[in-house]
Design a protein around this ligand. Structure first.
Ligand code: GTP
Ligand code: SPV
Ligand code: MN
Length: 591
């Protein structure tokens, strides 16, 4: 046992009595313990060791083909009052949900081991960090949590002997039965119960379940924010670093933007980009009144397909050691991994992600890797990891950026008129769905602040919390922007090159934050003058850029109509301010 904290010990005892594991193992985070668990998982076939020379310390894991993504339809926010979960979450009375799930956990770990994982979200000792304990019967979960969070006794030192402020996570693979899969949050009890899944966001409970769903609820009550945001720093040649956070929905480019390589035109001047986080930000006003952000995670759970030496070399380098690959193709020639978009040379002798034999050269209509296949890699491996990564105070944020996948409508970039308008922009975000969650792909849906699947309370109250944070921050509030890398031409090709070249847009954002760039006022916000986006070294002419910045009034009128419909869901909980913002947009568009 790694703690004397009675709250922890009593709860573990209770859950052991319920799940009835053959044994209980406390995870201290030591290398010997993790190595022994890896050996065990390899011996049972749960994990496979990859080429020790090319991919030292790397492992391959396949999940059940019925279990490859987050399951939004089976994810619940069980607040005591239905109203507190709001219209965008599945809700069930907590008593009823406990009553339904308790028999499913009863004896579920017979013949298995229960692992007790103490972990910290955020640097140990940070005033923004929080403690969680996850109980699980999966070694895969233990090994992933060890990469994604700060695991071991040190997390308990943060908690002390008497505090009750830790998140209780209970996970069992059970039978990986999709019909009985539940990802359930009890925000008022600091509790998460997950059952019948073995996949990523459903089971690594520190990530979406705690660091977004539970933490967003805590943040509302405690005066801070938990957001689905990357954090990056742009260092100018004079050494000054400007920090930007950005919220894009799942599989819409956070990891890529967070690790971008500056294009030659900036690299030669000495600009550098540093990654603080690629998925989640916890933000709180600091002593100087500015908004500070930490990345609560300690690793990256990144989308594999499309990651290559051109699109995201930093991510690829990050995965070269001590990384777990989930649902990618297994190259049997050299015991390495492959996925669509890695290179143009798919392996001839391979297993596709389900474990069936696969020849990538001839079976071209079969995908080698699942579209939502992932790597779990330590943040420390990243060549551009920020020197501030472990700073317990976090980094000061100058700009917050929203964005999504929109083939039309949203221009390359615009700036909100002020914070309140920025909250309106974030609350009306829409994006095409991706493979990160089960269900149809490519359907446009509203996804406010990229938090639709991750907000642990009523989204009307969430918007109000954003507005309050703006009041508190006053003129020190970050500037708010919106970007869209995904506009397409008539043939459906992306017009903007994206990836590293997105820095050209970020540079305008930085200049706006410093009061060093002009803007053009449009009905939806401020846009750059086309000549203020640096196109040096790009295949794009000024006219194409003008097209990317075009605001189509008719499309925006349709957009406004869609926003009315969306806002209607929130009833009385929709802040008046947002109604004014919508009316003002319509006014500017001309009725
Ligand atoms: P989650 O981990 O699910 O939250 O995803 P994410 O937001 O971190 O997305 P990620 O950076 O992994 O990108 C997802 C997909 O979008 C990958 O296939 C990328 O290749 C693609 N992508 C990322 N950035 C760009 C871009 O600027 N332009 C284009 N066209 N595609 C991009
Ligand atoms: C996302 O879907 O936004 C992810 C992957 O980052 S998961 O951890 O599965 O939620
Ligand atoms: Mn994500």
């Amino acid at each position: 046992m790694l703690t004397n904290n009675k709250n922890v010990l009593n709860w573990v005892e209770e859950m052991v009595a319920l799940c009835k594991p053959d044994q209980v193992v406390w995870i201290d985070g030591s290398e010997e313990q993790l190595k022994a668990l890896t050996d065990e998982a390899v011996s049972t076939g749960e994990m496979e060791r990859l080429n020790e020379e090319k991919l030292p310390g790397c492992l391959l894991h396949r999940t059940n083909p019925n279990d490859v993504a987050r399951v939004e339809a089976r994810t619940f926010i069980c607040s005591r009052k239905e109203e507190d979960a709001g219209p965008t979450n599945n809700w069930c009375d907590p008593k009823e949900m406990y009553a339904k799930l308790t028999p499913m956990y009863d004896g579920v770990m017979k013949g298995r081991t229960m692992y007790v994982i103490p972990y910290s979200m955020g640097p140990i000792g940070s005033p923004l960090a929080k403690v969680g304990v996850e109980l699980t019967d999966s070694i895969y979960v233990v090994l992933n949590m060890d990469i994604m969070t700060r695991v071991g006794k040190a997390a308990f030192e943060n908690l002390g002997d008497v505090s009750n402020d830790f998140v209780r996570g209970l996970h069992s693979k059970a039978d990986i039965d999709p019909e009985n899969r539940y990802i359930v949050h009890f925000p008022e009890d600091n509790t998460i119960w997950s059952i019948n899944s073995g996949y990523g966001g459903n089971v690594l409970l520190g990530k979406k379940c705690f660091a977004l769903r539970i933490a967003s609820y805590q943040g509302k009550n405690e005066g801070w924010m938990a957001e689905h945001m990357l954090i990056l720093g742009i260092e100018a040649p004079n050494g000054e670093t400007t920090y930007i956070s950005a919220a894009f929905p799942s599989a819409c480019g956070k990891t890529n933007l967070a690790m971008l390589i500056p294009p030659e035109v900036y690299a030669k001047q000495g600009y550098k980009v540093w990654t603080v986080g690629d998925d989640i930000a916890w933000l709180k006003p600091g002593a100087d009144g500015r908004l500070y952000a930490i990345n609560p995670e300690n690793g990256f759970f990144g989308v594999a397909p499309g990651t290559n030496m051109k699109s995201n070399p930093n991510a690829l380098k990050t995965t070269m050691k001590n990384t777990i690959f989930t649902n990618v193709a297994h190259n049997l020639d050299d015991n390495t991994v492959w996925w669509e978009g890695l290179d143009k040379n798919p392996p001839e002798h391979a297993m596709e992600w389900t474990g069936k034999p696969w020849n990538g050269k001839t079976d071209t209509d079969v995908k080698g890797a699942h579209p939502n296949s992932r790597f779990t890699a330590p943040a420390r491996n990243c060549p551009c990891i920020s020197p501030e990564f472990d700073n317990p105070q976090g980094v000061p944020i100058s700009a917050m950026v929203f964005g999504g996948r929109r083939a039309k409508t949203a221009p390359l970039v615009y700036q909100s008129f002020d914070w309140k308008h920025g909250v309106f922009v974030g609350s009306t975000m829409a994006s095409e769905t991706t493979a990160a969650a089960t269900g149809a792909v490519g359907v446009v849906r509203r996804d406010p602040m990229a938090m639709l699947p991750f907000c642990g309370y009523h989204m009307g109250d969430y918007f109000a919390h954003w507005l309050e944070m703006g009041e508190k921050l006053g003129d020190k509030a970050p500037k708010i922007f919106n970007v869209n890398w995904f506009r397409t031409d008539d043939e459906g090709h992306f017009i903007w090159p994206g990836f590293g070249d997105n820095m050209r847009v970020l540079m305008w954002i930085v200049a706006r934050c410093k009061g060093e760039a002009d803007a053009v006022e449009t009905p939806i916000g401020y846009e750059p003058k086309p000549e203020d986006i640096n196109l040096e070294g790009l295949d794009i002419d000024l006219d194409t850029l003008k097209g990317l910045l075009n605001v189509d009034i008719d499309l925006w009128k349709e957009e406004a109509a869609g926003i009315h419909e969306f806002y209607a869901k929130f009833g009385d909980k929709l802040p008046e301010e947002l109604k004014h913002q919508l009316a003002a947009l319509e006014e500017r568009l001309g009725k």
